[in-house]
Design a protein around this ligand. Structure first.
Ligand SMILES: [Zn+2]
Length: 242
């Protein structure tokens, strides 16, 4: 496992986080590393394209779904003391398999109006009811742009404030990893602020792009939501109800 800040656990190159393209997993989720028979916890960053291309992608998917699609489970992991420990993994509980479509599987939460689409090649897309509706209307779904922090490996100087996304990615030497997103998925990047920290630099920024959800998933929800009953009623709207 690589411990360099922002290193992709699959390729070792820099990960600038963007929902649906490059993300991270916290150790608290207790997803197990896919390349090791010894049970240790995966944490850190990964490019979705690296998961899809990796020989460990299918195993990573299995480990992700062990967390996402199950209830709480007792698992055994090797701790930092080198010993094996029993621990409870809190599952997300997307236990209903709804369909195999669009190069993956759709699972539903029995408690909430939420779904996941798990690509056969690995990455997992989370969808709430509003997002599923956007897809069902045939519209693209923009990822969360959040306010994110990134540790840049070197201080780029004040010039970073005027950079666009391509320049940031060039500086990090990973533009090729994001080229498909840049070309076809309308990324929106903003520099918020930044400050040097030792020999590195803390960049605070927002970045979103259209999420790469296959069109088959949109078609699925177009049909499915027509006969779907909300598990959690929406607030009663009174506007105009005079
Ligand atoms: Zn990578």
């Amino acid at each position: 496992m690589l411990h360099t800040p922002h290193a992709c656990q699959f390729c070792g190159r820099y990960v600038l986080e963007v929902e649906g393209w490059a993300e991270s997993l916290k150790p608290g989720h207790k997803v197990l590393v896919p390349w090791d028979d010894d049970p240790s916890v995966f944490h850190g960053f990964y490019h979705w394209s690296c998961v899809r291309a990796s020989e460990f992608g299918p195993k990573f998917r299995t480990e992700l779904l062990n967390w996402v699609c199950q209830k709480d489970q007792l698992i055994t992991v090797r701790g930092e003391d080198g010993l094996l420990h029993d621990t409870v993994r809190t599952g997300l509980g997307y236990t209903r398999h709804l369909a195999t479509v669009g190069g993956g599987d759709i699972y539903e939460s029995p408690r909430f109006d939420r779904w996941v689409f798990a690509e056969t090649a690995g990455p997992v897309h989370f969808l709430d009811i509003d997002q599923a509706r956007v897809l069902s209307e045939g519209k693209p779904l923009r990822g969360n742009n959040g306010g994110r922090h990134a540790f840049l490996p070197e201080d780029p100087g004040d010039v970073v404030a005027g950079w666009g996304l391509a320049e940031v990615l060039d500086f990090l030497q990973v533009r090729d990893v994001y080229q498909d997103m840049i070309d076809r998925f309308a990324p929106e990047y903003s520099f918020w602020r930044g400050s040097p920290k030792g020999s590195s630099y803390i960049l605070v920024y927002s970045l979103s792009a259209m999420r790469p959800v296959p069109s088959d998933i949109a078609e699925f929800f177009q049909n499915y939501l027509q006969r779907y009953t909300l598990k959690i009623p929406e607030p009663v709207r009174t506007n105009g109800d005079q």
